[in-house]
Design a protein around this ligand. Structure first.
Ligand code: FRU
Length: 466
């Protein structure tokens, strides 16, 4: 493997937007979470990383590990691009443990060298580690090459074990109709892979997308769940309002016919900044997911400070009536430092919610019965940066700036669970039925407030976070 030139790494020059308890780079660019796994007593999270600048560039795999999903330790870069199998970048991929070894399966990205960033090809590669820190690329890479009926889009393997065999799904675009699809491969040893064909494909560019990235596949409550990030879906009313989003389907993968039959695709998160998810199992059997707090084509103010991007909090996924519920991982209670509020409050009109450190706060509202309407606000000086309003079985999120609104339909409002960090807000409503993931940038002191046009009395917990 190539060696990184750490003397050229970019450094953080200003702490103003640095997150306090989310995974970030030590300096440099971050996008997708990769290689999530639990290995030899640690949770491992890798991430798409460009250490030489705060812009996207040749992708490395950054690496952190944790005993508890809360406190993360930065480790040396795990994968460095530039070898024949990954000349233009080590793109996204996943991890699997076999015996005593941790294996990473990732995409090698390659440019044809004519200066056109869309003129590339992709293959799949393997790397392994026995200590979970130092990785070796497999000497017979690549392990999978794109089939003849594929375009150049062929990436982001997610691997798992089923009935004594290994499987992986890949994000792909079909050459013929130029639509997104998910390809399945099978192996008995992780080294030799046989194609099983597409398990599902997009039914239309504008409704389901022209490329499906970052697939994830797992079983939950006896059903199969396919999560993926389709590119290019057009807005449909109040849904699919982002340039690209994370969608999921609940169904069944037939391991004999290699077809996945499932529900129509649904949005997993209703916020502006959520993309490219991946999940893993905890030793006690919970399905934990991370995503990228993605800016899409928005401005990224922290780029001026030598870094860009962070991951979401770890979130537990559960399945209830074919709907994925998303909750903050229970381990996050370890972040609570000090209780600011604990009790019922009376909301009538607008009022401040006074807490020790508004930008590092966890807030929980519980409503005994659904309010007529309720609003939560994050303000900086005189400006409203984020506002969430419940009314008429709808949550409306308003973010300052252009393209402000995002929506979710809920049946009444039962609870809101909100995590605020220096430059992100994650809102979980009604036991995780609806989630909004947002970044925000405050240049004046932040204040929190609540409002209702008809009096209500939610029970409130507010914790200052470490
Ligand atoms: C998604 C993505 C992946 C790719 C990676 C490259 O954000 O485009 O499909 O592997 O980012 O950094």
């Amino acid at each position: 493997m190539q060696k990184p030139d750490s003397s050229k790494f970019v450094h953080v020059t200003n702490q103003r937007y640095r997150q306090h308890y989310h995974i970030m780079t030590p300096g440099g660019w971050l996008n997708d979470p990769n290689g999530l796994c639990y290995f030899k007593g640690y949770y491992h999270v890798f991430y798409q990383f460009h250490p030489y600048s705060s812009q996207w560039g040749p992708m490395h795999w950054g690496h952190v590990r944790s005993h508890d999903l809360v406190h993360w330790e930065q480790l040396p870069i795990a994968l460095i691009p530039g070898d024949p199998e990954d000349s233009g970048g080590c793109f996204s991929g996943s991890a699997i443990i076999k015996g005593d070894r941790l294996y990473l399966i990732y995409t090698g990205h390659h440019y044809y060298g004519d200066g056109d960033p869309d003129h590339f090809w992709e293959n799949q590669n393997l790397a392994y580690s026995d200590d979970g820190v130092h990785f070796t690329k497999y000497q017979h890479n690549p392990i999978i090459e794109a089939p003849a009926d594929n375009t150049q889009h062929f990436r982001d393997p997610k691997v798992w074990e089923h009935d004594g065999a290994y499987y992986l799904v890949l994000g792909s675009q079909h050459q013929g109709d130029k639509l997104g699809r998910i390809l399945l491969y099978r192996s008995s040893d992780l080294l030799n892979w046989k194609p099983c064909g597409p398990i599902i494909q997009s039914q239309g560019k504008s409704t389901e997308g022209w490329m499906w990235e970052c697939p994830d596949f797992f079983s939950l409550n006896g059903q199969d769940v396919l999560v993926y990030s389709p590119m290019g879906i057009q807005p449909q009313g109040k849904r699919f309002l982002n340039l690209s989003q994370v969608c999921y389907r609940i169904g069944h993968l037939d391991y004999r016919t290699h077809h996945f039959i499932g529900t129509p695709q649904q949005e997993l998160d209703h916020g502006h900044n959520f993309y490219a998810t991946q999940s893993m199992l905890t030793p006690d059997g919970r399905r934990i997911q991370f995503g990228w707090l993605s800016p899409f084509n928005e401005k990224i103010p922290e780029q001026a400070d030598g870094w860009a991007g962070s991951l979401t909090l770890p979130r537990e996924l559960t399945l209830v009536n074919n709907i994925l519920h998303v909750r903050p991982a229970q381990e996050l209670t370890a972040l609570r430092n000090h209780t600011d509020i604990n009790g019922n409050i009376n909301v009538n009109g607008q009022q401040d919610l006074t807490v020790t450190n508004p930008q590092h706060t966890e807030l929980i509202f519980n409503f005994q019965e659904s309010p007529h309407d309720f609003t939560w606000l994050l303000n900086a000086g005189q400006e409203i940066l984020i506002k969430l309003t419940y009314q008429d079985n709808q949550l409306t999120l308003t973010r300052q700036g252009k393209d402000p609104y995002r929506y979710a339909t809920v049946k009444g409002l039962q609870d809101l669970h909100i995590f605020i960090d220096t430059s992100s807000v994650e809102i979980f409503a009604n036991d995780g039925v609806a989630v909004f993931t947002e970044r925000y940038y405050a240049n004046e002191p932040v204040k929190l407030a609540v409002a209702a046009t008809k009096e209500c009395q939610p029970a409130v917990q507010a914790y200052q976070l470490k």
